[in-house]
Ligand binder design. Structure first.
Ligand code: FES
Ligand code: FE2
Length: 457
């Protein structure tokens, strides 16, 4: 079977027939992983980090775009650059640390040196080299990533030049980024300290889980029990977590499906008084109005296709996914908060973050254990299809519901229901974009192969 036919057999997206299915090979096939690298991660906008992570001249951070190691660096004029972390000489990494400050990046192999804008400023023993004239005509600077842009301090890049503008790519999902950025008068920042961990399962387990309300009461049952025990020894009116009282009736969960693979899950916060942001409520209303301030206190998980998520629930977390293989993923996670936050609120934010997130928290390990369990179960190659993508189908409506209307959004689909509804329709936009991008890439491969074949005859 050719690649395009095989791809089309992996997703069933049939709104009329009220069916949406994902084939299990999507999570376990190394060929599919290769398509994802070439036609998604190396062909569209991916998230890199926050501008506030490189605040000063010569600050840098390293990350990946698909398989490409890249550096984000601020030059001496304050301008940001994104270049591929590979020496032009023989390919060595020029930058080895996750973060730092360096005026020059000197390759440790043969000593070529680049400044903080990526310009080659030194080629060791050039005069004695006996280079042919053609060598001097070549550009020896680090290779710039073709598209590099920021939105409200969130930095994105694309290896491919033929992508829409970043604003168009983010589309309506920008509203949810605004809601994060507007929490501080000068935006948000990463709390110092980053956790990187790997799990033995596909990256799309994480992609789905961030907008999966269905898993919470079963996966995090022990967390809920801990909260209930804690609450017995705490003052009745002082919730210890935003999830305190999660079992109370009437908690709603909604979702918005956006274009280009993005989705948001939102809902009532059982105990908003526990939020680090709570003391700022009045000033947030004054700055942003009652509706936007109220939405800042809703529980909100945003998933920006393909590699970034922001979870504002127990605390505020930024996640970046880096797929390593069909069955392995690296996660980089940060606690984020408003710049200039009061010390007591920051302390509360960090304690809540540590309590719920991190590999040492009470929730993240349960999520990750389940991803790995799923991947182990998916080794059963004789089973073709998942049954995990149609909950909420009957509750989902095309376009905006009254909640989207309230905030002036036009999502592709909206849904609201009790938390027990356990919506799975918020996964659909990611798989639609997944299919669209890989299909476009495979078509290009095909037409290139035809041109090459014609040239050969
Ligand atoms: S590989 Fe960098 S100087 Fe040789
Ligand atoms: Fe979870």
């Amino acid at each position: 079977m050719d690649a395009l036919a095989r791809l089309r057999g992996l997703i069933i997206d049939d709104p009329q027939g009220k069916d949406f299915r994902v084939h299990r090979d999507v999570f376990r096939d190394p060929d599919v992983f290769d398509w994802e690298m070439r036609h998604i991660f190396e062909a569209t906008w991916v998230f890199l980090g926050l501008e506030s992570q490189v605040p000063s001249a010569h600050d840098y951070m390293t990350t990946f775009i698909g398989r490409h190691p890249v550096v984000v660096s601020r030059d001496d004029k304050g301008e940001l650059h994104c270049f591929i972390n590979s020496c032009r000489h023989r390919g060595a990494l020029v930058c080895h640390r996750a973060f730092g400050n360096r005026k020059y990046h000197v390759c440790q192999y043969h000593g070529w040196a680049y400044d903080s804008s990526g310009r080659n400023v030194h080629l060791k023993d050039r005069e004695q080299a006996g280079y042919p004239p053609s060598f001097d005509k070549e550009d020896h600077d680090l290779v710039k990533v073709r598209k590099f842009a920021g939105y409200r301090g969130f930095l994105f890049a694309s290896l491919a030049a033929d992508v829409p503008s970043l604003e168009e790519h983010l589309g309506e999902a920008r509203w949810f980024l605004d809601l994060i950025a507007d929490q501080g008068e000068e935006g948000v920042e990463c709390v110092p300290g980053r956790i990187v961990f790997r799990y033995r399962a596909n990256w799309k387990m994480q992609l789905e889980n961030a907008v999966d309300p269905y898993h919470f009461t079963s996966t995090h049952a022990s967390y809920i029990q801990v909260l209930e025990r804690r609450q017995k020894s705490a003052a009745a009116d002082v919730p210890t977590s935003i999830y305190t009282n999660i079992r109370n009736a009437g908690i709603r969960r909604g979702s918005f499906a956006f274009a280009r693979g993005h989705a948001a899950m939102w809902g009532d916060t059982p105990s908003p008084q526990a939020r680090a942001l709570f003391p700022s409520y009045e000033s947030l209303v004054a700055r942003h109005g009652e509706v936007r301030a109220r939405w800042m206190f809703h529980t909100r998980n945003l998933s920006l296709f393909p590699n970034m998520q922001i979870a504002e629930n127990a605390s505020l977390q930024l996640r970046v996914m880096r797929p390593l293989s069909a069955g392995a993923t690296e996660m980089a996670i940060w606690c984020i908060g408003p710049k200039g936050e009061a010390a007591e609120a920051r302390r509360q934010r960090i304690r809540q973050y540590e309590d719920f997130f991190n590999p040492s928290g009470l929730a993240t390990p349960d999520d990750v254990a389940n991803y790995e369990d799923c991947q182990s179960g998916l080794a059963a190659w004789s089973i073709a299809w998942q049954q995990g993508h149609v909950r909420g189908f009957e509750a989902s409506v095309a376009g905006a519901d009254r909640f989207a209307d309230e905030i002036g959004l036009q999502p592709e689909r909206s849904l609201i229901g009790p938390v027990e509804l356990g919506d799975e329709t918020a996964f659909h936009p990611a798989y639609r974009e997944w299919l669209r991008l890989i299909e476009a890439g495979l078509r290009e491969d095909e037409s290139r192969a035809h041109v090459a074949a014609r040239g050969a005859t």
